[in-house]
Ligand binder design. Structure first.
Ligand code: 5GP
Ligand code: ZN
Length: 114
């Protein structure tokens, strides 16, 4: 989608430190990391937020979770543990309107989140 930051990363129009990509998904390092390891995992296809997910997105969203698990194992984060965050719409703290999953690792996470 025009004027979408993450669509531009998918298209290679904005540089990013990409750590994984396949035909459906791209994962890259967050430019402002909130943990020693902070990745963003996004679908190539523009979906605004999790609130817009439809039944036909089930396979894609399931695939994203499997990619997250694979990345966590490959990067040594699975056994110590990690956190997956989806900020959804304004009250959820979403700033970029292209659905994305934060993967945070490398330190002990706190609960509850702010
Ligand atoms: P949100 O607040 O929408 O859940 O998260 C958006 C995330 O995108 C933030 O963690 C922010 O640091 C990250 N971000 C914003 N602009 C860029 C960018 O140009 N490149 C990368 N790699 N991350 C970005
Ligand atoms: Zn987009």
């Amino acid at each position: 989608m025009k004027d979408c930051l993450f669509c531009k990363i998918v298209a290679g129009e904005i540089p990013a430190r990409i750590v994984y990509e396949d035909e459906q998904v791209v994962a890259f390092e967050d430019v402002n990391p909130q943990a020693p390891e902070h990745l963003l995992v996004i679908p190539r296809r523009h979906i605004v937020s999790l609130a817009d997910a439809e039944p036909e997105d089930a396979a894609l969203l399931g695939h994203i979770q499997c990619v997250i698990a694979e990345l966590a194992r490959a990067r040594g984060c699975a056994e110590p543990g990690f956190r997956v965050v989806n900020n959804c719409n304004a009250d959820g703290g979403q700033e970029v309107g292209h659905i994305h999953y934060h993967v945070l690792a490398g330190r002990k996470m706190e609960w509850p989140p702010g």
